[in-house]
Design a protein around this ligand. Sequence first.
Ligand code: PYC
Length: 309
Amino acid sequence: MQRISVIDSHTGGEPTRLIISGGPELGNGPLAERVAIFERDFDHYRSATVNEPRGSEVIVGGLIVEPYEPGCVCGIIFFNNVGYLGMCGHGTIGLIATLAHLGKLASGTHKIDTPVGVVSATLHSDSRVSIENVVSYRTEKAVALTLPSGQSVTGDIAWGGNWFFLCADHGEDIHVGNMERLTALLWEIRHEANKRWPELDHIELFGPPRDPENHSRSFVLCPGGAYDRSPCGTGTSAKLACLAADGKLAPGAIWRQESVIGSVFEGTFTPLREAEGVIPTITGRAWISAEAMLLLDDTDPFCWGITNR
Ligand code: PYC
């Protein structure tokens, strides 16, 4: 029987399951190399941790590893039901809450190594966490897509630690009761967008907020078909890059991004001096929801998870 010790948390409703011990040994190279080793040799650990029967399509997992970059408190490799993530904003907020819960981290600013670069996380005294993310930028503005249904949408393509298609002219009500229509539409958009941009794996719709305190409400379709219950940290970073490029938000001004279930991240950005793009900072809070031991019995036909691979 193998054992994997995990801690679960949620950030604005979006779950994160972090492997504390019992995960695969990936060596001590740069994190981008370690993800490749994870995927090539140990992908069954990913599936066993997040997929059914122990998990579900909505869980984002993370393997805490020794950092490669100097000055970092740890490294993190995030994954989901279908693969690996460059960065994960809600998950990094969950990571900081988990390390604090374990007594491994005090309030203050800490650097974290990720496969797409070093990010910086500040644990505040009220348990909120601010993530200074990787440089985020828009590569295409107002791309038009005609969907198989005949509907036309336009959207921007931007990087916020993952690749996003950000769309506002969808005509949908962004509401949990409208989940089936939203999911079907976003799959159509993703399918169409992937013909030209195969790297795009997150699709994000924007609409008016429910709460007038906020600036916008979003619905994010994650790579494996689940919707993000949180406002999506990397998605909000991509949004900030677009707002900055359009001159619609001033450096340092707060953007309150509401998720489809009403949870909120606050975002701000610092412009880059000599290049396109911004350094976004995303603030939110995570709550610890479980400490658990996953049991892996090799005689169990679904020991390594139910997978679509
Ligand atoms: O918060 O960056 C995020 C995220 C990505 C996928 C799910 N959440």
